[in-house]
Design a protein around this ligand. Structure first.
Ligand SMILES: NC(=O)c1ccc[n+]([C@@H]2O[C@H](COP(=O)([O-])OP(=O)(O)OC[C@H]3O[C@@H](n4cnc5c(N)ncnc54)[C@H](OP(=O)(O)O)[C@@H]3O)[C@@H](O)[C@H]2O)c1
Length: 403
């Protein structure tokens, strides 16, 4: 039994908090802290309704997580066992600094991005390894779905099914329909920065870049049907290329509808997705941040979204001298998620693994000091917890391959 400080009060944070309240044997107390206190209070109210008999004690607090000293003050007053960072990737380092100063474990779901450069990579957070090790605390990086469960799937495939993994294709399909002409399923700024960046994949020891959204295939997803998928750069490729020994190729694919891409192209063409500040009526504004203010809040998509997600990994390699293929995936239904915790499946599939990762560390099931990506831990207890906490997975030993 322990205490978790959840930083952020968006779609993902809300799921983490609801799931912690469902898992009150582990999470005795939680504190939901974010920039806007009213959003933390709204989550607390929703938990009272949706998890009515939970003995988990819920606190809320206001914090600007860009300022380490304020996070330190909050940690000192609440005394959590772990900080679950589900604010934005820009806060990763300030929160890691606060954890180091107070000797508290750290977890996040997205790697650090400098606010003024559209580039995400692990080097900034990996640089904290020695410091976390010396402080006898753990930083678990990327405990969402992708990154997160996809890394656990890779560790599981490596442990149980392969002597050598030669290729990994990570497939992320969202067949949800929210009825808006254009909206993003999680933070629009982070989402659009990710999609408009160059694609890249890992092959034979090096990263190969592709023009944004220039590599396209069609895949027939179980329980969803055929969808167009596009090759993207995604952060877990960087750590998996190191941690899955001998892997020759890793690619990441995501579905986008033609309608979504048409809107995105128009917005890009007129400069609305730029992160370069522009002068407007005597004020500096960042077009992408202005666009975010116009788009529907991802948290508001929950009640409107119908359909399913399917996220998983297809592996090819060798077992006992023979070629083997293996596909492991989860299917999640937007409406079922909303009924349970008041959020759509994108937030749900991220928030559940964040709660599970926190549980692994708080319970001492995963015990390593330093900074680690999720695939560096034993996947078995996490796989078991996925089935128990709402993200059951399916296996297929002769899946359609991508070529
Ligand atoms: N691994 C995965 O599978 C996966 C998938 C989806 C998302 N994610 C990650 O999950 C995280 C949360 O996503 P989301 O969709 O929940 O985003 P969101 O709805 O935009 O919520 C972000 C929250 O962080 C708060 N925040 C921002 N800056 C802050 C600061 N300086 N101090 C304190 N709080 C601050 C925001 O406060 P305000 O309400 O005041 O703006 C908001 O409540 C993001 O890092 C995203 O990249 C990971």
């Amino acid at each position: 039994m322990g205490k978790a400080l959840i930083i952020g009060a968006g779609g993902v944070a809300s799921v983490v908090a609801h799931k912690c309240a469902q898992n009150s044997d582990v999470f005795k107390e939680i504190c939901i802290a974010s920039r806007t206190l009213s959003k933390c209070d709204d989550i607390k109210e929703s938990i009272k309704v949706r998890v009515p008999n939970s003995p988990t004690k819920i606190h809320t607090a206001q914090v600007d997580a860009d300022r380490t000293e304020l996070v330190v003050d909050l940690i000192r007053s609440f005394q959590p066992d772990i900080v679950v960072n589900v604010a934005l990737p820009y806060q990763d380092l300030t929160i890691m600094d606060a954890c180091l100063e107070t000797g508290v474990h750290y977890l996040d779901t997205a790697n650090y991005e400098p606010p003024d450069v559209a580039k995400f990579e692990y080097k900034w957070q990996w640089a904290y390894r020695e410091k976390f090790n010396k402080a006898h605390i753990t930083a678990l990086l990327g405990s969402g779905f992708d990154p997160g469960v996809t890394g656990v799937f890779c560790a599981y495939a490596q442990k149980h099914y392969f002597d050598e993994i030669h290729s990994i294709d990570i497939l992320d399909a969202n067949a949800g329909d929210h009825g808006y002409p254009f909206a993003t399923n999680f933070n629009p700024e982070i989402n659009i920065r990710e999609i408009t960046a160059n694609g890249s994949y890992f092959e034979n020891g090096e990263f190969k870049e592709t023009e944004p959204l220039s590599v396209k295939k069609t895949y027939d997803f179980p329980q969803i049907g055929p969808k167009n998928i596009y090759l993207l750069h995604h952060e877990e490729i960087e750590s998996l290329a190191i941690n899955i020994k001998g892997v020759k190729r890793i690619r990441f694919w995501m579905t986008f509808s033609d309608n979504y891409l048409n809107h995105l192209r128009v917005l890009e063409n007129v400069g609305m997705t730029s992160i370069e500040p522009v002068e407007f009526e005597g004020k500096q504004i960042i077009p992408l941040q202005f666009l975010k203010a116009l788009l529907p809040d991802p948290a508001s998509l929950g009640p409107r979204t119908k359909g399913k997600t399917n996220i998983g990994c297809i592996f090819q390699g060798i077992k006992d001298g023979k070629p083997r293929t293996y596909y492991v995936y989860n299917v999640c239904d937007h409406q079922q998620c909303f009924e349970e915790v008041g959020s759509q499946a994108i937030s749900y599939t991220t928030g559940v693994p964040a709660m599970i990762g926190a549980m692994m560390i708080m319970e001492g099931i995963w015990k390593k000091h330093g900074v680690y990506n999720i695939e560096e831990f034993d996947p078995d207890p996490f796989m078991e917890a996925l089935n128990k906490w709402g993200l059951p997975w399916h296996e297929d030993f002769s899946p359609e391959l991508l070529g």
